[in-house]
Design a protein around this ligand. Structure first.
Ligand SMILES: Nc1nc2c(ncn2[C@@H]2O[C@H](COP(=O)(O)OP(=O)(O)O)[C@@H](O)[C@H]2O)c(=O)[nH]1
Ligand SMILES: [Mg+2]
Length: 223
């Protein structure tokens, strides 16, 4: 285990109303001028890669922290910490999602008041994470080209709770029958105001546009 990454165990709060805990967290983060982004996606879609690409481009502009959630293991937090970014691994011990009180534990552990921007990598899954408000100011998701263009039809709740969708692995388009127009149509059907960015964490294509958008959102939240 790496000694520069802290591991915390997080447990679901079954006593308090999650919506209330989430609203209180959002108010606290607004006060602290900390913009919390909840990043959701399937396993392997490119969450950790996107965190690394994003923090590399924004670390001069903001103090950035990363909360990595997983059922087990420290690998993601270790990868992020190796780039010089402060990261905490939150182990859910079997839970397939994060609730607001788990996120609150992560924010306390990292010291959220010290950061302008915190990226939260949620547990890899297109179902459960969409059902829980984490207290973040922005829900974002990543859909990678190999997963297919039909996912908004199969997981409408996930697409409806996210303000922004990153289409990752666009470098692989020639190998898959991903229909970009059909995908966007599916997203807009459940979420007409959703913003989409096409990115590749492999080639770096499209990352700057997403990062510029995130930078403006962070500044607006923390103003
Ligand atoms: N070709 C290609 N591979 C990618 C891209 N982004 C991530 N990957 C690869 O996809 C795998 C899963 O990425 P990771 O960031 O760990 O996904 P996570 O499980 O969602 O955090 C790794 O082997 C990455 O190198 C991309 O844009 N293009
Ligand atoms: Mg990951």
């Amino acid at each position: 285990m790496s000694d520069n990454v802290r591991l915390i165990e997080v447990k679901e709060n079954i006593l308090d109303d999650n919506e209330k805990v989430a609203a209180a967290l959002r108010a606290r983060l607004k006060e602290e001028k900390t913009f919390l982004v909840n990043l959701m996606a399937s396993p392997g879609a490119g969450k950790t890669s996107t965190v690394i690409q994003t923090t590399a481009r924004l670390k001069e502009a903001f103090n950035i922290g990363v909360l990595e959630a997983d059922i087990d293991s420290m690998v993601d937090a270790e990868k992020v910490a190796a780039t010089g970014i402060t990261a905490i691994q939150m182990r859910t011990g079997g839970f397939c999602h994060l609730d607001a009180s788990m996120v609150g534990d992560g924010l306390d552990a990292i010291g959220s008041q010290d950061f302008d921007l915190i990226l939260l990598e949620n547990v890899g899954n297109l179902v459960c994470p969409a059902e829980f408000d984490t207290g973040s100011a922005l829900n974002a998701m990543i859909l990678s080209v190999p997963e297919g263009d039909d996912k908004p039809l199969k997981y409408p709740l996930m697409f409806s709770v996210c303000e922004v969708v990153l289409i990752n692995k666009i470098d692989t388009c020639e190998h898959f029958d991903f229909d970009r127009a059909r995908f966007e149509e599916g997203v807009k059907k459940v979420n007409p105001s959703c913003t989409l960015f096409d990115i590749s964490c492999r080639t770096g294509e499209g990352i700057d546009a997403w990062v510029a958008w995130l930078k403006e959102r962070t500044k607006a939240h923390n103003a």
